[in-house]
Design a protein around this ligand. Structure first.
Ligand code: GLV
Ligand code: GLV
Length: 324
């Protein structure tokens, strides 16, 4: 008998489905939105593998429901804060994910968001349709932002995506790249003349702060009132990693009171962010809906990699990318 695999939504590339179909008995959820919790708990029962997404929380309850035959979890993401790794490891389940293949597109999106925020692109775009341009008919200080030339950039977490962002920012003639993290990373830093600083120093000196660390127990809420208070009033805050790294109420307050100048967020809490959330009303906040890796080519590669991770694990072969 072929191993049974659950795919938690139907809108994944055909190439990934083909890889799975050849070797597995598939149950593909007929929905273009995340699987409901109830369906997840029901459908995982008896499966040997699951193809899931960052929208699917795989915790103790789900794993208990799955049964001991569950051998592999393949998540189509590089982040894995939606997976309870402790519970997964206890059960000897292997996990595949998609590092590497989304580094460049996510860095590209991070740079796009940084430019959009420091040059107020979305606000400026709106000024045409809302009549703001007609009213002022252009002004010497109208829609002025900070830009990147001469900016001191602080990167929180110089991992592969952080490094890829730093490399892409250098040609914009930034003044300096600083970074912080648990460990100094001399080899990566040397490629961008990055200076290793403490978290506080990074907050105090950066004109642009870019969050590039994963969400875990150490990084959860690492940006709170104290941290925003340390930042410069002209500082721009960019987050394309995970919303949970930030105490979002503290961020809203910092944006409202002018403690910092602006924020650009690809990730927030919760996701999806309600349309009437306070953040959506702030002119100095650029919001995009978690699209860091969203190029067709990248998402296709991520999907086939996830499928191959699952098939290989079920066949007892090494995975293209095994997390644990
Ligand atoms: C995106 O956020 C990912 O983790 O792949
Ligand atoms: C940060 O990502 C570190 O581990 O140093």
């Amino acid at each position: 008998d072929k191993p049974k695999v659950l795919v938690t939504r139907e809108d994944i590339p055909k190439s990934a489905l083909s890889i799975l179909e050849e070797k597995c008995e598939l149950e593909v959820m007929p929905n273009k939105s995340p699987i409901s919790r109830t369906d997840l708990l029901n459908k995982i029962s008896g499966k040997h593998g699951i193809f899931c997404f960052l929208t699917d929380k795989i915790d103790k309850e789900v794993l208990d429901q799955a049964g001991s035959q569950l051998k592999v979890i393949g998540t189509m993401s590089v982040g894995y804060d939606h997976l309870d790794l402790n519970e997964i490891k206890k059960r000897n389940i292997t996990v595949g994910y998609t590092p590497g293949v989304l580094t460049a597109p996510t860095a590209e999106l991070t740079v796009a968001l940084t430019l959009a925020t420091t040059r107020r692109l979305f606000e400026a775009h709106d000024e045409i349709a809302n009549g703001g341009w007609a009213k002022c008919s252009w002004g010497p200080l109208w829609m002025c932002g900070s830009g990147l030339v001469g900016a001191k950039v602080g990167i929180v977490g110089l991992g592969s995506i952080g490094l890829a962002v730093a490399k892409r920012l250098l040609p914009f003639e930034v003044a300096k790249i600083m970074y912080c993290g648990r460990h100094e990373k001399p080899e990566a830093a040397a490629q961008v003349l990055g200076e290793y600083v403490t978290f506080d120093q990074l907050l105090q000196e950066s004109d642009v702060v870019i969050i590039m660390c994963p969400l875990n127990d150490t990084t959860r809420n690492m940006f709170g009132p104290t941290q925003f208070a340390l930042m410069k009033p002209n500082a721009v805050f960019i987050n394309t990693s995970r919303g949970g790294v930030v105490d979002q109420d503290a961020l809203v307050n910092a944006l409202k009171t002018g403690q910092i100048a602006a924020a650009g967020l690809d990730v927030m809490t919760p996701e999806p962010l309600p349309a009437d959330h306070e953040l959506t009303k702030l002119k100095n906040c650029v919001l995009i809906p978690h699209i860091g890796s969203a190029t067709l080519q990248t998402r296709t590669t991520m999907a086939t990699m996830t499928a191959q991770n699952i098939v290989n694990a079920l066949e007892g072969k090494p995975m293209p990318a095994q997390l644990c």
